[in-house]
Design a protein around this ligand. Sequence first.
Ligand code: SF4
Ligand code: SF4
Ligand SMILES: [Zn+2]
Length: 282
Amino acid sequence: MENTLTREENFIIIDNDKCPCGSGKPYKECCKKHNYEYNTLGKNYEGKEIIFNQSLNMKIYDDIVNYAMDNIFSLNGQPVLMVSKALDMLKEIYIKVDKGINQFSQYAPCKKGCGSCCSLYLECTDIEAELIRRYINETRTPEEIDALNKKVKIMLETIATTGSPHVLQEKELDKLYLNYASKRKSCIFLNEDKSCSIYEVRPLSCRKFLVFTSAENCSLKEEIVTPSLAPGNIGRLAVDNLSMVVGKYKNLNYLDGQDMKPIMKSLIQWFKNGFDDISKNK
Ligand code: SF4
Ligand code: SF4
Ligand SMILES: [Zn+2]
């Protein structure tokens, strides 16, 4: 069994070591000057040390937190956030998360055309689905939209999923995920060449999904280790809160005990009645 994410406890870079940023200069003459600290997540599938700029990672994390504090959390209690404004904010969060995840992508086997992960169960919130809905309407012909609608119908017929995964217990959720994966149905947005046809607006779940195990493991759906990365996690919190604020006027959130939460649904369920209006597909 691969043990890919064991952190080296005493990872240090010595002054004369080559700087991990790839400049070719010694660390002391390069990133040390900017007080950049590096850390590791352990080894990847090729035995390569997953070294990342911890200072940069924290900076991006803080940037997302600050953005969310200033623009989203502060909106709580206010009646309505315009959808167009919320979409701009969502894009801004995506840019920040991508920047954070990019640091790690070089250690993952993930690349264009390697799409086994695109048949896994994947969820998103209303605002993310709305971004995709608009993108589809702007970029596709009516015939192409018809074809997509057909794909959605077929997916929904062949895959027994519940309309409300958020009310399921953990064990039931696991069953749902496994059942979904076992059908090996590709995402409706996956192109023939296994590239993503909505890449620029793909939801956060796809953006933060990368592995450090080998690509083969993904096609076997075995031992997929998805690392928990700070920018992705804080991004989720920001997007969830954004969805909650914007979803209020269409009741696209629910009460869990005392807490309001955004409704998360599988990507296709947001489009079960077409690409017209997300709230119709509730
Ligand atoms: S997660 Fe797995 S299947 Fe998906 S792109 Fe990465 S290696 Fe390929
Ligand atoms: S939206 Fe794109 S990246 Fe995400 S599962 Fe579908 S095809 Fe894959
Ligand atoms: Zn450097």
